[in-house]
Design a protein around this ligand. Structure first.
Ligand code: NI
Length: 210
């Protein structure tokens, strides 16, 4: 993958790069993809960069009840509506350690993964790919992540499980767990690149466009 360090804000890039929360490029037929049915779900407004909730560590979850299960479904609905492949609770304004991931964008129901109190327990290899984030729309950057990741997490019943991910899935796990620790992908970019994006966002905010 060539270094495109000067194209942080290239939402229309033709490159079929891997985008994280924001997966528009590899989900051309997303609108036709089946969205899980069931009761009508709440679509949350996604919190944008600048809100302090995105930069503080979230609290562990200890109550595994119907409310949590409902929240997870609402998070999937919110993520699919935003054409994302991962979403962490702080992004919907909740400082709790739950994230949802589906790198198939709703095409494979078995790919729907809820991670409660997740932690990376093993990683290996390195991959440098472009990432985006639903909370930082319109901006992307290359981030080095492990190629393989094993995490442990609890499911909606509180049962611990381990899960291994490779490439895009490993990247999604790292990106979402970062969110739960108050870390955004911007923090993995060079200072130069990060400052450039921050400046542009500040400008957008002044213009009332952020
Ligand atoms: Ni994100």
């Amino acid at each position: 993958m060539p270094d495109k360090s000067t194209t942080s804000e290239a939402p229309n890039s033709k490159t079929p790069t891997l985008k994280l929360d924001d997966a528009k490029t590899n989900t051309a037929e997303l609108n036709a993809a089946p969205v899980p049915s069931g009761p009508a779900r709440k679509i949350y407004t996604i919190v944008k960069y600048g809100d302090p909730i995105l930069e503080k560590p979230s609290n562990a979850i200890s109550k595994f009840d119907a409310e949590l299960a409902g929240l997870a479904e609402d998070m999937f609905a919110t993520m699919y509506a935003a054409q994302g492949i991962g979403l962490a609770a702080p992004q919907i304004g909740k400082s709790i350690r739950v994230a949802v991931v589906d790198v198939t964008s709703g095409k494979n129901p078995e790919a729907k993964t809820v991670l409660v109190n997740p932690e990376i327990i093993h990683f290996e290899g390195e991959k440098r790919e472009e990432e985006g984030c639903l909370s930082i729309p319109g901006f992307r950057g290359y981030v080095v992540r492990p190629q393989f990741v094993t995490l442990k997490a609890q499911d909606l019943k509180g049962e611990w499980f381990e899960l291994r991910g490779e490439d895009l899935l490993a990247r999604a796990f790292c990106h979402e767990i970062d969110h739960l620790n108050g870390i955004l992908f911007l923090q993995h970019l060079s200072m130069l690149k990060r400052d450039m994006i921050r400046r542009k966002i500040k400008k957008l905010r002044k213009q009332g466009e952020w």
